[in-house]
Design a binder for this molecule. Sequence first.
Ligand code: GLU
Length: 276
Amino acid sequence: MTVTRFAPSPNGPLHLGHAYSAIVAHDLARAAGGRFLLRIEDIDGARSRSELAEDFRLDLAWLGLEWDEVPAQSTRLADYARAAEALRGEGLLYPCSCTRAEITEDAASIGPEGPVYSGRCRREGPVEGRPVAWRLDVAKALAVTGPLSWTDALAGEQAARPELLGDVVMVRKDEPASYHLAATLDDAADGVTLVTRGQDLFSASHVHRLLQALLGLPVPRWHHHPLLLDAEGRKLAKRRNSPSLADRRTRGEDGLLLAAQLRLHRLPAGISLGSA
Ligand code: GLU
């Protein structure tokens, strides 16, 4: 059975880009007679605002979508800790005390998600007395798994290249998991067979595929859809573009009509769909 999901983070209101993403995931599940899941990704500490999750549900219902909600990430911390422990036990994680400024300064290169970590703490160890994050030793992990591949419904078969992102964080300084670890574990636990999300997260899938191999998780397929872009060609962002779905909903706009227009790629002025 096809199982897709929409996994918003409650750190700002949903906007048109989220509506499009949820509709794509919902419709792919429905077309296959499958299930569409909602998962609230609320482990972004101080930035997560739980009251927004209720707005998200109202927004999705307003768009005419139906879903099954699975437990929010904040209820799964023990699972994340267990998986991190397993990776640590294999010698695949190392502690890193580098600050954001140090990471940027030392960066070996700029990867798809920003500065690629230089590996300083892998070579030199963390600075004593500072808080640490735990990073995945990607070269070591790849030596364990060997070459991996994954399949995107639009882009086709991909050779997994997690090294593009460098030694990504698995356990944050302030949280028991990073997005990469939490989302990969959750998709497996939730039985997601088609990971549907925007193209901005395409490169994350290289890392997720590696984690699946390391943790013995089932391998889904992916569908990274094009993003809605603003007039300057930038992806719509929570903080920038107005109005939010909640704004539209509360001022009486027709959500079903908006959903129908998004399905037909009839977009408001100044907004376009990026190329696949
Ligand atoms: N929680 C992420 C976000 O809101 C999406 C993660 C995903 O779809 O894998 O950007």
